[in-house]
Every structure is written in C-alpha cells, then in structure tokens.
Design a protein around this ligand. Sequence first.
Ligand code: RNT
Ligand code: ZN
Length: 419
Amino acid sequence: MSKPYIHAQEAYAELGLNTGKAIKQALALPIAFHCWQVDDVGGFEVKEGGLSGGGIMATGNYPGRARTPAEARQDFEQVLKLVPGKLRLNLHALYAETAGKIVDRDALEPKHFANWMEWGKTNGIALDFNPTFFAHPKANDGYTLSSTDKATRQFWIRHTVACRKIAEAMARQQGSPATVNHWIPDGCKDYPADRWTRRALLTEALDAAIANDKSVNKKLCVDYVESKLFGLGSEEYVVGSAEFYSSYALSRGLGYCLDMGHWHPTEEIYDKISSLLQFHKRLLLHVSRPIRWDSDHVVIFNDALRQVFLEIQRGNAWDRVTVATDYFDASINRLAAYAIGLRATRKAILYALLDPTAELQKLEAAGNRAGCLALMEDAKTLPFGAVWDEACDIAGMPHDRQWMNDVMQYEASVLSERR
Ligand code: RNT
Ligand code: ZN
C-alpha cells in the first residue's frame, strides 16, 4: 500500500467510505468491451475494414488495424493486460469466421464463432453477441426488419434467430448467460410520408424473431433492444426510437439498451435511469461519447460518464445494469483507444462507488440543499487518484502514465508491421 493510498483511505473513511470495499466491487463489475474498435467496424465477413454503413462510420486511417480474426484476438489479449477488473468480449455477427466460404447472415451458426469461444475459454473471458443489420446488400435501402419487402424481413428474422442461437451456444459453453443486443439501424434521411407502417412491421418482425420465438432459451440468451434518435442517412426518422423500444421491451419482457450517443445532441442519459428502472427490470448501457452528434468518440472520464454511474450508485442499482462499451476511432492507436475508454469506464465505476451517497442523501432529507451541493463539490477533489492506483495494483495492471508505454511497445513490435 502506497503512502498516498493510506492517506486516501483515511480521507474517504472520514465520510464513512471504505476504499477497499469500493475497489473490490468496482473490479468485480463486468464491462463488456466491444470487438469493433479493433478494425473500425469492418468485420471479417465480406470485406476488410472501411465503411460500415447502416448509419455509422469510423473515420481515420491510423495504421495497425486488425486485418484478420487472429490479429484481432492478439490485440484483445493486449487489452486484457491494460484494463483492471472483470471484462467480457462483445462480438458482432460480422466477425464470423467462415473459413473462406461465403456464408450469408441467415446461415450463421455457432461453429462460425468456435474460435472466439475457444479464445474466450482460454482467456477466461465470457462472450456477448450482436446481430449485424448493416453492411449488407439487404440493408442497402435503409430497412431490414422493417422492410416493406416480405422476403427481406424474413431474411433478417432468420439472421436474428441465428444470432440468438449463437449466443445460446456461447452461454452454454461459458456456463453463464450471453447478452444479445439488437440494434436495427432502419430509418430514412428525410421526412417519410408514412412513419407508421415501418413501426408496425418492426414490431411484427421482432415478435417473430425474439418475443414469440421458442427455439432459443431466454435464460441463456438475454435479449436487449437499442433505441436511437438519428444516424447518418437516417437523420429524420429512425424506426426504433426511444419510445418504440422502451415500450417494446417492457411489453415483451425484454431488456432495453441506452446508448449515451443516441439522443438530442445535448441530452444525457443519467436522468433517464431512475425513470426507466421504475418499470424495466434491467438496462444495458452502451458507454460512448458523442461530440455534437452520435460520433462514437473514445470514452473519457468526463461528467457524462461519471453522472451515469453516480446515478446507479445513488439508486443502488448496480445489479440492474449491464455495462458495455461502444465507440470507434480509426484516427489513433486502436489499443490506446481501448485502454483509454475501458480504463475511464472502470474509473467512473470506482469513482461512483466512492460517492458519499449516504451523507448526501441525509443532508438532502434534512433540507440542507447547500450542504448537499457543497459536499458534492468537495467530493470531486478527494484523493481519488491514489485509490485508482491501488485498484490497478490489486488487479496487477499498469498505472496511469505507465500503460501507454506498453501500447507504444506493442505498436512498434506488432502494429507497425501491419501495412
Ligand atoms: C449504433 C449503435 C450500435 C453500434 C454497434 C456496432 O449507433 O450504437 O450499438 O454501434 O452495434
Ligand atoms: Zn450502441
């Protein structure tokens, strides 16, 4: 234990907070890291890297993008050496490995993810999954499950079920449920004349693929649906809006996913959590960072992030949220992007667990608004850094200002060879 940590321990203890307990709890909360930062949402299915379509796009061409599943896994092993605490890996369907054969999305099977499952087992990392409703010829007109063409809808329903079966296989193998997040980019650029038909079709298709589907064990494959306000090329209308999916999830007993970037540009998600959790059982959080729009910048330790976890702490809702990262920046070293965003997320969790919640709520209950605001302010400059360093030590991970050396070494020895 370092001197600064001993000092910090005392400072927090004065507020009734146990730093050791907070560290333990923070390190135990799983963060599912997204596979798609490693190759700019390219996947290994049809084409390498580049444009991902479906209203999202990675910008930049920093060298070192993983070009193969093996390279991706090699990079993920580095991620595991940079981030303290429990991690899971969140895969997208377009990261299938089909041994050079063309396998369309509706024909994907668990065997196409066998290498990932093997990797997860070897590294002690549980897997989560996502169907991919973008970067595909049958998504080119902007509609998939809400397409007005029946055959197209049927195709995407088959894809959804196929993905849920893959998740079920992952869950069986890892001995614990896999989260499946359904993000459907469907929408259009300008005012549609009919906003109704697509929403009815999406409801019907989701019912067929998830709610009424009996072929997948829902204890093993835990489904969430992710809403969005707008995307590239779907600026005016997104079929799966917040109202749509919150209502859909509630009425069908599914989970609801909140992405930090899927709102009006100045809208944040922290105030939504206590409302949604009055009614929903659980929430999936897509930890991201929008700058002026849903830009998916690398997550940093900012107010938006801290507020999210403070809300969870203040409502003691830790066991009702699932945390997953979702961002992609192709303009900087991609491993650094992982380390920055994942360390920031873990930091924000620890920070929230060191919130003097009980004291704040006591002050508020006593009507002492000024005292409450004062303590909120003063808590910001408690010696948090020393506690974070201790958490890194306990987890056997590098401190801040050390990990970047590891990334630079890896860049020099591995990433720079990928030309
Ligand atoms: C897109 C959504 C979605 C994707 C991933 C790749 O706006 O946030 O979660 O980022 O599925
Ligand atoms: Zn998301």
